[in-house]
Design a binder for this molecule. Structure first.
Ligand code: GDP
Ligand code: MG
Length: 609
């Protein structure tokens, strides 16, 4: 029997870090809310107790605001899991416990892990988890997911709850007025469900606070609805202020305050500003924010396309050259036929090698993107860009998907799921493809290196800006036509600055290189073979000496006039453009195969102007 355990907690509390540590998985960890947008599962076994863990997107409460929050909430509410492992951010205990209380209302078997204890201790604070556990009536363990401390005890608790059936659900008692109102609602509910399961208290609370989503879980008669509305009205009239929802929220926070008062020793308040605050004073300063922001972006680009990236690319090219020389000696030794030389050297080595040469630069770009994410600067970037994005009718939150679009469009579009507002999300998804993804980078670099050998970095930077500018124009157009309407509010919390984890950065780069190598080994490899074949044979499958007579040459000549107004009417250019339909990098492979490198390419294309 394998038990299912859902990992639930606020965004950025370390769920994925713990998930990776427990399951040995390599999920992306990032220091901004919204990294995990789909649920991921992994299995573990502890002392014979088999568990399947589900890493859910972060939620602050069981009332969803964004799409990903709804994913997490639905997963928990459908009751598919046997227990919930609730991860709580020790540095933000009060806020995190709000979700814990809601999970307790739900009555699911619960184990709480208080994470980030290393940060709490480093600041001189202390959280008495035994006392927390005694007050709440459920297991609570202090852990540091990043360092792996306390994880063993956590597993002990979890397997106890699941496999030894140790009790782990208890009830939190709110103030008298709230409990009376809840009891009244529950007695109405009991008319339909004489034997309510654990969820009853949660549903009761939802009905009491008048949450529209609660109506989806129970069907009530008109009369029952009226009576519940009356109970709500009486609750509002009682002690306390605000509407029913606020009053229930207040009731929960009063319990939290009491729990925290008993168990938490706050770090001494010595009035010192933390390092995070000091950095933020500079990077979010009204005047300095933009210069700092663009300097950082510019530095990233100059590193990737400047001398550093160029040098690394040069070494890769020398490596490819060595490989080609070695291969041709080998072929000569075997007395291979002439076409074999052509196929392997001009086709495969030139094509795949031409694309592989860009691997170092792509890795460099990903290294910087992941450092920006992991350090926590990305969230500040969103804040800084908010002022600009607002003009497009977007909130600063759109910045993160847009910036990720420079890496790869697919995860960038997925990241847009964290946005609460439907209109905002769609607009962001439409604009993301304008951000030049890393597959386009080899193409940019090839042209920049050919036409602007001395100003490569600047030329590529400008191309990226051009893409962004196109996005702005398109965004303005959409805003005036299909996406009229209000400006979304920007609420995003700044995570503290953290030193990026070496392991998670290395893992991410490894995943990226693996993906790139796999693509080079499959798509680009096949494309190179195909291009070579199409370029050396005519429609009667006879080998030709003049490439213009080949299938490629003839097909290219037929479509070239379409592209002539753009300034490149040659068949080689037209055909290369089409190969980009399969993979952007293939454009580089076909251009190198058709022109054989920089100078001829420069001559051929500038002649067209
Ligand atoms: P999630 O959004 O809940 O999945 O959180 P992540 O696992 O992506 O982690 C968010 C950030 O917190 C990352 O920068 C992690 O490196 C960091 N983090 C996670 N666990 C710990 C911990 O125990 N101690 C410290 N200091 N940082 C942690
Ligand atoms: Mg996560």
């Amino acid at each position: 029997m394998r038990y299912r355990v859902a990992l639930a907690g606020n965004p950025n509390c370390g769920k994925t870090t713990l998930f990776n540590r427990l399951t040995g998985a390599h999920q992306a960890v990032g220091n901004w809310p919204g990294v995990t947008v789909e649920k991921k599962t992994g299995t573990i076994e502890y002392k014979g107790c088999k568990m399947e863990l589900v890493d859910l997107p972060g939620i602050y409460s069981l009332s969803p605001y964004s799409l990903e929050e709804a994913v997490a909430r639905d997963n928990i509410l459908r009751g598919e899991q046997d227990a919930v492992l609730n991860i709580v951010d020790g540095a933000n205990l009060e806020r995190s416990l709000y979700l814990t209380l809601q999970l307790m209302e739900l009555g699911v078997p619960l184990v709480v892990a208080v994470n980030m204890m290393d940060e709490v201790w480093a600041r001189g604070g202390e959280i008495d988890c035994e006392k927390l556990s005694a007050t709440l009536g459920i297991p609570v363990e202090p852990i540091s997911a990043r360092r792996g401390e306390g994880v063993e005890r956590l597993l002990e608790d979890l397997s106890g709850v699941l496999c030894k059936r140790l009790a782990s659900a208890s009830k939190v008692v709110y103030d008298y007025n709230t409990e009376a109102a809840l009891a009244a609602v529950l007695s109405v509910l009991a008319e339909n469900h004489p034997h309510p399961e654990g969820r009853a208290r949660f549903l009761g609370a939802k009905l009491l606070e008048n949450d529209p989503s609660a109506k989806g879980y129970v069907s009530l008669s008109q009369d029952q609805k009226r009576r519940i509305a009356e109970i709500g009205a009486r609750y509002e009239a009682g002690p306390g202020s605000g509407d029913r929802e606020t009053m229930l929220v207040d009731a929960r926070y009063r319990v939290i305050a009491e729990v925290a008062r008993r168990a938490v020793k706050k770090p001494p308040e010595d009035g010192r500003v933390t390092l995070s605050e000091r950095i933020d004073r500079v990077v979010t300063d009204r005047v300095l924010a933009f210069p700092v922001f663009f300097t950082i972006l510019f530095l990233v680009f100059s590193a990737v396309f400047g001398p550093l990236g160029q040098g690394m690319k040069g070494s890769m090219e020398r490596l490819a050259f060595e490989a080609a020389a070695w291969l041709s000696r080998l072929l000569a030794l075997w007395q291979a036929p002439q076409w074999c030389f052509g196929l392997l050297l001009d086709g495969v080595v030139a094509g795949v090698g031409g694309v592989l040469a860009f691997l170092p630069q792509i890795l460099l770009l990903f290294l910087f993107l992941s450092l920006l994410e992991d350090s926590g600067y990305m969230a500040r970037g969103a804040f800084i860009m908010d002022r600009l994005l607002r003009r497009l009718g977007l909130s600063g939150k759109a910045f993160i998907p847009l910036l990720m679009g420079f890496g790869c469009t697919t995860p960038a579009v997925m990241a847009a799921r964290t946005m609460e507002n439907d209109r905002d999300r769609r607009l962001t998804i439409l604009l993301t493809p304008f951000m030049s993804c890393s597959a386009k980078m080899p193409v940019y670099a090839l042209f920049a290196g050919t036409f602007f050998p001395r100003w490569q970095g600047l030329a590529v930077f400008f191309l990226y800006l051009l893409g962004a500018a196109a996005a702005v124009l398109y965004g303005l157009l959409l805003r005036k036509t299909l996406f009229r309407g209000g400006n979304p509010a920007f609420v995003m919390e700044f995570p503290p600055y953290r030193l990026p984890g070496l392991k998670s950065t290395a893992l991410r780069l490894w995943e990226k290189s693996r993906g790139f190598l796999a693509k080079a080994g499959t798509v680009i490899f096949t494309m190179s073979l195909l291009i070579w074949f199409l370029q050396n044979f005519d429609f009667h499958f006879r080998m030709v000496t003049d490439a213009a007579q080949s299938m490629f040459g003839q097909a290219g000549a037929a479509i070239a006039p379409i592209f002539a107004p753009l300034g490149f009417g040659s068949w080689q250019a037209a055909v290369s453009l089409l190969t980009g339909l399969v993979a952007k990098e293939a454009v580089v492979a076909s251009l190198t195969a058709l022109y054989g490198g920089g100078v001829p390419l420069q001559k051929a294309l500038s002649g067209a102007f």
